[in-house]
Design a protein around this ligand. Structure first.
Ligand code: HPA
Length: 261
């Protein structure tokens, strides 16, 4: 793995990515437009980069964009590797290993999620302060415990959001493997467990960030109410719609986090 990361790093540096970055950002489904705000961008399609698998999910472009945001050097991943696509744990967490290889001071992870909490609304942004993995499908390769305490980071993120007048929910992320959505009974069960949102990513990345000691914050965008919370069918078009409606606030928040976290 180290060799693989070394090869990726060399390729990226040869292609204009700085040797050290201030922040790495993983952009969730529909949130890829943040990458358009990066100044002096170097854009590399995942197909070009050694050891990168192709992504196949709608709303994910599969591109690494490096450049500057608010004067900080950054690498953004537009399109991620989901465990449910059949990627190994190693591939799923590749952006986190790259964050470590580029000595990133912080990692900002974002995702699209369904709201379990009935007090939430479509379009809400939520900072994750705890994790629930009811089915454990993507456990890490090492037996290391999850060491992160996300609560203080979540407090800080909420404070920063408040400073720019953005209201931000805070809560627990329930991880499911996917790619199918949950049943209504599962969502009822997750609510009893204390879950606020549900999604199919982020947890593997946070486990790896914890192992590698990369300071991380994770933000969910509520793109839909989870199964059974409202009538109607769930599909991917909602994800795009909700993301589109909040993309400016999301970008403002991420920019502030890059500056202040
Ligand atoms: N469930 C799981 N993952 C999701 C959802 C959902 O309702 N919405 C967006 N990602």
């Amino acid at each position: 793995m180290t060799e693989e990361i070394d090869e990726i790093r060399s390729y990226l540096v040869q292609n204009g990515v700085p040797k050290k970055v201030g922040a790495v950002i993983i952009l969730g489904s529909g949130l890829g437009s943040f990458a358009e705000l990066i100044q002096y961008p170097v854009r590399l399609s995942y197909h070009q980069i050694p050891h990168f698998p192709a992504t196949s999910v709608q709303g994910h472009s599969g591109e690494l964009v490096s450049g500057e945001v608010a004067g900080e050097k950054v690498i953004a991943f537009s399109g991620r590797f989901h465990f449910y696509e059949g990627h190994t744990f190693s591939k799923t967490v590749l952006p986190v290993r790259i964050a470590k290889a580029f000595d990133a001071d912080k990692l900002i992870i974002s995702n699209a999620a369904g709201a379990i909490n009935t007090g939430f609304q479509i379009g809400d942004l939520m900072v994750i302060n705890d994790l629930i993995r009811p089915f454990h499908p993507a456990s890490a390769e090492s037996a290391e415990l999850f060491r992160y305490n996300l609560y203080p980071i979540a407090e800080k993120v909420q404070e920063i959001a408040g400073e720019i007048g953005l209201s931000l929910q805070k809560g627990s992320y329930v991880y499911v493997k996917g790619p199918n959505y949950e049943t209504k009974a599962e969502i009822r069960a997750f609510r009893v467990l204390g879950g606020d949102v549900v999604g199919m990513s982020t947890l593997p990345e946070l486990i790896e960030a914890s192992r590698l000691n990369v300071p991380s914050a994770a933000i969910s965008l509520v793109t839909n109410m989870a199964a059974g919370v409202h009538k109607g069918k769930l599909d991917h078009s909602e994800v795009k719609e909700a993301a589109e409606s909040r993309k400016e606030d999301f970008a403002k928040l991420v920019t502030e986090l890059i500056k202040k976290l």
